[in-house]
Design a protein around this ligand. Structure first.
Ligand code: ADP
Ligand code: MG
Length: 331
């Protein structure tokens, strides 16, 4: 396996602000890698360090086995797609996309051929003459993508590229980006604060908090076996439960995480389980979320369509399979 990007104890501090703090990271070649975390957790700074727009204040970065120190952005074989597209408004689509090739002195005919090819790839064939102002948001994002891909980078960095799109378009672009990545085999490093987006698109996810990486793993690992309360809380709507609760109802030691979809709700008379009271319900379409109170804690359950819905205020009993209570390594 080839390592595309390697961080060895990399920091980028701005005086007292530790934007990136002692991060170790290996992104494999050909991987769709997501950096997930709340705003201000150091995702953009990490991308800028890979791109070469920023230098580490400590630590070491390698790109395909070569040290990145002293290598300027344009010599790194890395391209970036930004959330705000950053297209040149006065140039048409063709010239926007061909810009990088022109700077590198690629002859005009070859530039045209490569640009048309990549515009077809992002499903904008024949759009070369238009100006960015004549395109929709989704189309502009495709142009930004084409402009990065035309240089055939070995690593493509994407900083919240779908953040400005509405839900339907975003879901469509998620699928297209994923299939484009598979087809081209380019390493993607994809930044997002949207956990659903990270889990559905990535081969592996790194969860960031305060300039540190809290956990790296496959979407399944991150979702089903969060390493800490932070990850359990941030990645989805898991119930984070304190040690005394976990001990009493599952016999295990430590903080637990219990997915809302693993909880069943039964009538009070049903017996064994966690006594609880229904606080509220919300209809989600394919399922219903039920908020409950038990032992002074708020607990979320997700019931599939067709399940019996309890009444608000009803006294009920919660049950779950013991193996669905995941005990976390750290508190
Ligand atoms: P994210 O992309 O996860 O939202 P950033 O990497 O942009 O986070 O920022 C991480 C932290 O570093 C934030 O607290 C941010 O304010 C700070 N930061 C980023 N760039 C600079 C800079 N050029 N100067 C000072 N502080 C910065
Ligand atoms: Mg950012």
């Amino acid at each position: 396996m080839t390592t595309a990007v390697s961080f060895q104890s990399v920091s980028r501090h701005y005086s007292a602000v530790k934007a990136v703090d002692r991060v170790d990271l290996d992104v494999q070649a050909g991987e769709f890698f997501a950096m997930l975390g709340p705003s201000g957790s150091g995702k953009t700074t990490s991308l800028r360090l890979i791109a070469g727009f920023e230098q580490p204040t400590a630590g070491h970065i390698e790109i395909f086995g070569e040290t990145a120190e002293g290598v300027p952005p344009y010599r790194r074989n890395v391209n970036t797609v930004f959330q705000d597209y950053a297209l040149f408004p006065h140039l048409n689509v063709l010239d926007n996309v061909a810009y990088g090739l022109m700077v590198r002195g690629v002859p005009r005919a070859e530039r045209h051929r490569a640009t048309e090819e990549v515009l077809a790839m992002v499903k904008l064939p024949g759009y070369g003459d238009r100006r960015p102002g004549q395109l929709s948001g989704g189309q502009r994002q495709r142009v930004a993508l084409a402009r990065a891909l035309v240089n055939r980078p070995k690593v493509l960095l994407l900083d919240e590229p779908l953040g400005a799109l509405d839900l339907k378009l975003r879901e469509q672009m998620q699928e297209e980006l994923k299939s484009l990545q598979r087809q081209l085999g380019i390493t993607f490093v994809f930044v997002t604060h949207d956990q659903g987006e990270a889990l559905s698109m990535a081969d592996r996810v790194a969860v960031f908090s305060d300039g540190r990486i809290m956990q790296v793993g496959t979407p399944q690992e991150i979702y089903q076996r969060p390493a800490s309360r932070f990850v359990a809380d941030f990645v989805g709507s898991s119930n984070v439960l304190p040690p005394d609760f976990v001990q009493r109802y599952s016999g295990q030691r430590g903080w637990g995480s219990l997915r809302p979809e693993s909880i069943r709700i039964q009538a009070e008379a049903a017996g064994d389980g966690v006594p609880a009271r229904v606080v509220s319900k919300s209809y989600l379409g394919a399922a219903t979320r039920v908020v409950l109170e038990a032992e002074g804690l708020r607990i979320n359950a997700i019931l599939p369509a067709g399940a019996r819905l309890p009444e608000d205020g009803e006294a009920v009993v919660l049950t779950f399979n013991r193996e669905n209570m995941h005990v976390m390594e750290e508190g």
